[in-house]
Ligand binder design. Structure first.
Ligand SMILES: NC(=O)c1ccc[n+]([C@@H]2O[C@H](COP(=O)([O-])OP(=O)(O)OC[C@H]3O[C@@H](n4cnc5c(N)ncnc54)[C@H](OP(=O)(O)O)[C@@H]3O)[C@@H](O)[C@H]2O)c1
Length: 319
């Protein structure tokens, strides 16, 4: 099979040929039809998670995917060959990823989220949804912006942000989205009430000028600790600040004037089912910026930045 992998940490990802995997007991073999890119892919390829998780080489990259079950190992009752599935394909050791024609992984993952694909969700949408969607769904539920509250979303134009903006706007929050000039109109179309162009000057100062009264809540999706600390004074007394990228440093977490947290996903299958329900109901749109082939994944991973929603990988296979 074809797969995009690194031979060792720090190597550039390459399209390579690997033997087709077979499912062991308790595993399923999935023929992938689509996958999507996440910042996590490059984090894993660089070895930044090597102390936290075991890895296997060649390390096939990719976490998000959608396809159909091609075979099941002994003892698997949850899925059968032919079932359409999607999710965050997390299996340890890391290295059996979704930038491949086939992947074998446990039918039940402790860390990821693998679900039956609802028939009304297209494969591309399903592949774009898992990591960003479950995170946006979970963090907006945790932050719980109320109708009429102001919510600043920092990093609003990427995979997580484009969904978080829609979910917050649907709750009636007044969303202030960071967006470079090219993305302002688009993110307003998704429900943002206003935008701040973070490329045009220091965000804390522009925020203070636009909202001298402060905001009720701040959602950080950049993990930039200096930026988060500089913006925190613009959250009003008693307001909330949370970061999905561990952007809140110790001294900010100790703050008592506002409620500060670093958000982490708990129970990913529940979160993925929750955001999938929103998609099926037509309450949120999964924004696909571009579709690429498997062979284009190494170049796409090598040129990060500029995300406006999700990049989806279409995986053609003649089988
Ligand atoms: N904790 C978790 O479970 C979890 C889950 C998913 C993602 N994450 C993390 O969350 C972050 C966002 O993920 P994602 O999938 O949404 O990434 P993404 O699709 O790459 O989007 C990132 C967005 O942020 C914008 N941006 C970059 N720097 C910014 C800044 N200083 N101020 C405002 N916006 C900025 C980018 O636009 P430009 O490039 O044009 O500036 C881009 O639109 C990543 O760090 C990821 O690792 C964590």
């Amino acid at each position: 099979m074809r797969a995009v992998a690194v031979e060792k940490f720090g190597d550039g990802p390459r399209l390579i040929e690997l033997p087709d995997p077979t499912p062991a007991a308790g595993e399923i073999l999935v023929r992938l039809r689509a996958a999507s890119l996440n910042p996590l892919d490059s984090v894993v390829a660089a070895g930044y998670l090597a102390q936290q998780y075991p890895n296997t080489f060649p390390l096939v990259l990719g976490f998000d995917g959608a396809g159909e079950v091609a075979a099941v190992g002994d003892g698997v009752e949850r899925f059968a060959p032919g079932d359409a599935v999607f999710g965050q394909f997390w299996s340890e050791p890391l290295g059996r990823g979704t930038f491949a024609e086939l992947v074998a992984l446990p039918a039940r993952s402790d860390s990821g989220a693998l679900l039956p694909l609802p028939p009304t969700i297209p494969l591309q949408t399903a592949a774009a949804l898992p990591t960003a969607g479950q995170t946006a769904f979970g963090v907006i539920a945790a932050l719980a912006p109320a109708a009429g509250e102001t919510l600043l979303v920092v990093g609003a134009t990427g995979g997580v942000g484009s969904l978080a903006v829609q979910l917050a706007a649907r709750r009636g929050a007044r969303v202030i989205a960071t967006a470079r000039a090219d993305a302002a109109e688009w993110i307003v179309g998704l429900g943002a009430a206003e935008t701040i162009d973070y490329g045009a000057g220091p965000l804390p100062e522009m925020l203070a000028a636009a909202h001298p009264e402060g905001v009720d809540a701040l959602l950080d999706l950049t993990g930039d600790r200096a930026l988060v600390s500089a913006c925190a004074p613009q959250v009003r007394d008693g307001g909330r600040l949370t970061s999905i990228g561990f952007g809140a440093p110790e001294e900010l977490l100790a703050e008592t004037r506002i409620e500060v947290s670093n958000y982490e996903n708990v129970d990913k299958p529940r979160l993925l089912a929750g955001i999938a329900d929103e998609v099926v109901a037509g309450n949120v749109a999964v924004e696909i910026q571009r579709e690429i082939e498997l062979a284009m994944v190494p170049a796409a991973l090598g040129a990060p930045g500029g995300a406006r929603g999700k990049t989806v990988v279409l995986i053609e296979s003649d089988r």
